[in-house]
Design a protein around this ligand. Sequence first.
Ligand SMILES: [Fe+2]
Ligand SMILES: [Fe+2]
Length: 259
Amino acid sequence: MVKQMVSEEELKKVLKELRAEGNLARVEKEIRPFLRDVDPETLSLVEQELMEEEGFDLEDLRNLCGIHLRAIDIKREEHELDEDHPISILKAEHEIILDNLNALERIAKKIKSNISLDQFNDELKRLELVAALLLEAESHHQREERALFPRLEEHGIIGPPNVMRIEHEDLRARKRVLKKLLDERDEYDQNYLTNKILELCNHIILTLRDHIYKENNILYPLALRVIPENEWKNIREEFDVIGYCCFTPKAKVRGEHHC
Ligand SMILES: [Fe+2]
Ligand SMILES: [Fe+2]
């Protein structure tokens, strides 16, 4: 357990003063020492109060979340989880999504280099497969939004699930634009497609990697702390009803693999 050395009041005061100076990311150096000794629950509580009472917005929250991650020692106690625990399933899916993002990055690099039209078309075919797998991750996000986040909210954690929902929405929209662009690629020239694809891929790669990092290192450990043992069984049942991705490791979900 991280030793709490900064009180809620002290943290709130510092954050308010620093925000008055402008964008929180810009004053990261000054905030860091205060965030280093704050555990995620305290930060989450303070964030909620700052949003409700001081007009902090989601961008402020996103900045704080990133600064907190960089400030704390994220080597926290590892929970021993069963293979088929909802968090084990989500984390295993994250690994596969990250592999897809690596594939996306390789394709983006290829497209950016000076390649022939034939090579370009081959890369677009590869991209189509990766884009389909990224869209297939929708049930992962649905399980988080419909089964996990409401539980966190019931236990008083409001800010972080909100930020995650906004990021899901943003990523969902970009993935759809990418798919549409690929479906209609015959209508555009190589130059136009290259620019559009690179813009979309770069955004998806950066945002989704960062999103997964925050879930693995803040949101999930927080969920394991605040959601009592007996509620996880219900969450798992809701997961089974919502369904899994084609790439969800079968060993984790046994007979409940519908996609
Ligand atoms: Fe998520
Ligand atoms: Fe996730």
